[in-house]
Design a protein. Structure first.
Length: 353
């Protein structure tokens, strides 16, 4: 067996184009999706086609960005842990200075802490430029932990990772505080497009969203999440653009909102945990480089801007697939008919346009 790293081939298609506006950029682009679930391509393609029929397209608003890493320290008792937490709060500027020694693109923007018994969990929050930030934040957290243990009395090492981040796990704290890029996407679809292209009505989609995504998820015990299948689009997009695919776990947390506005459909997806980057591990592969370039995420811009562009494209892709699936599920038998028809094809073509 060769020691060389092999590349696993996953079928990929470019879907679209889709239209995006908002506070990051005005974009018209096709998007790459690498997946074995071949019906995903035409499903996302249908949502993309609708975005091109609406003047504003999908309005994507990036509302926050922060990558997190948590550490764990131990104290003799809860009172000592509490005093250490108060000391931490007073040293924010000092800790920011320590962080800046770890690289020019990492910045400590804040932290949260929680005490359980004699354990102090500290959740650091960073900006990381165009990197998704896994390694960058771990490096900074390690330096911060080393400094804290020397500077604050009464505490000792627990772990460089305290599971309070939370990395690659679906948790309430990520849904509340966010991890990565937090993007809200919105699309207002006129009544005639809903009927002609989705073959349903705004009221039917809004009702299904409440009964399936909201009530169904509550009954299932979902955590800060109410959507049909965000993970599908994120996995395809992540694999195609060199992201850490395991981050779809927290990425799948998000809320879909659908409203019937006098026959027009207001459709929105909030994705609070988009962990994407345009530099770093996984980005050196030829196909990733080519895909990021084609998405316009390799252009010379200020640090962080390419990653923000990638995030809003990812979030818009999520909306396209979510919209198409919910519409299909309002029609009895439509979902299964589509899967049978598309998955029995032996030849694939570019979808969308």
């Amino acid at each position: 067996m060769s020691d060389a790293t092999a590349v696993a081939s996953v079928p990929m298609q470019w879907v679209g184009p889709l239209r995006i506006t908002g506070n990051i950029a005005a974009i018209e682009t096709e998007v790459p999706l690498a997946t074995y679930e071949s019906p995903l391509w035409p499903s996302v393609g249908r949502g993309a086609r609708i975005s091109m029929m609406v003047e504003q397209g999908i309005v994507a608003t990036l509302v926050d960005e922060r990558m997190t890493r948590s550490v764990l320290v131990r104290a003799q008792d809860a009172q000592t842990a509490h005093l250490a937490a108060l000391e931490l709060d007073a040293r924010l500027d000092e800790l920011r200075g320590i962080t800046r020694t770890c690289g020019k693109f990492v910045e400590l923007i804040g932290f949260h802490h929680e005490i359980t018994a004699n354990l102090l969990f500290i959740r650091f929050e960073f900006t990381t430029g165009d990197a998704s930030g896994h390694n960058m934040t771990t490096l900074a957290a390690d330096a911060l932990l080393t400094h804290i243990l020397k500077a604050i009395p009464g505490i000792s090492y627990g772990s460089i990772s305290g599971n309070y981040c939370t990395d690659k796990k679906a948790t309430a704290i990520n849904g509340i505080l966010g991890r990565g890029k937090n993007v809200v996407t919105e699309l207002l679809i006129p009544r005639d497009i809903v009927h002609r292209t989705l073959h349903t009505s705004a009221g039917a989609i809004a009702d299904l969203n409440v009964r399936k995504n909201l009530i169904g998820t509550v009954l299932a015990g979902g955590i800060r999440s109410a959507n049909a299948h965000y993970a599908n689009m994120l996995l395809g997009f992540y694999l195609a653009t060199g992201q850490d695919a395991a981050n779809i776990v927290e990425g799948s947390q998000g809320m879909t909102v659908a409203e019937d506005r006098d026959g027009d459909l207001y459709f929105a997806c909030t994705v609070p945990n988009l962990i994407v980057g345009t530099v770093g591990n996984g980005k050196g592969l030829d196909f990733v480089e080519e895909n990021l370039t084609r998405l316009g995420c390799r252009s010379p811009r200020e640090p962080g801007e390419n990653a923000r562009r990638l995030a809003v494209i990812a979030a818009a892709t999520v909306l396209c697939g979510e919209l198409s699936l919910l519409a299909a599920q309002t029609i009895p038998g439509e979902l299964m008919r589509s899967h049978v028809r598309l998955e029995r094809r032996h030849e694939t073509t570019k979808i969308g346009g």
